[in-house]
Ligand binder design. Structure first.
Ligand SMILES: [Zn+2]
Length: 141
């Protein structure tokens, strides 16, 4: 996937829609997390996001219908990114809202490292962006 990275600004699904790296990762990630239950597109004030079963607390509830509940959402934040929010907040990890990069790092650190490299390569890290130039341990990736 890393080698398939398309530089920011050059990726267009068609002439009217445009997806940046974060949007591509978010779309793939919610499909993966949703699994058989799926992720549902939903309109939010800043655009289209998704609702899906919470990857952190769905395993912690007993009843099957509760496991399948689409209680988590990636909500567009008006800045070409998303905020992760779980309405159930049953685990420590989903008890706070998270910006997409933090959510990705919490959920899948390996995929986050790849995402970070894609962002670095596209020049969308550092000042003015929602992700720092180096990883969160202060090391260059
Ligand atoms: Zn949750």
């Amino acid at each position: 996937m890393y080698n398939m990275c398309i530089p920011f600004g050059k990726y267009r699904e068609n002439t009217r829609s445009f997806m940046n790296i974060t949007q591509r990762y978010a779309k793939d990630l919610v499909q993966y997390i949703g699994g058989n239950i799926g992720a549902k597109e939903k309109h939010f004030p800043y655009g289209i996001g998704w609702i899906f079963p919470c990857p952190f607390c769905s395993a912690l509830v007993n009843k099957e219908y509760k496991k399948k509940a689409q209680c988590a959402a990636l909500i567009p934040n008006g800045n070409y990114s998303y905020v992760f929010r779980c309405s159930r907040k049953k685990s420590g990890q989903c008890s706070v809202n998270m910006l997409f990069p933090i959510f990705l790092k919490t959920y899948n650190p390996k995929l986050f490292a790849q995402y970070h490299r894609d962002r670095e390569e596209a020049g969308s890290t550092g000042k003015g962006h929602d992700i720092c130039k180096y990883n969160y341990f202060g090391e260059k990736l």
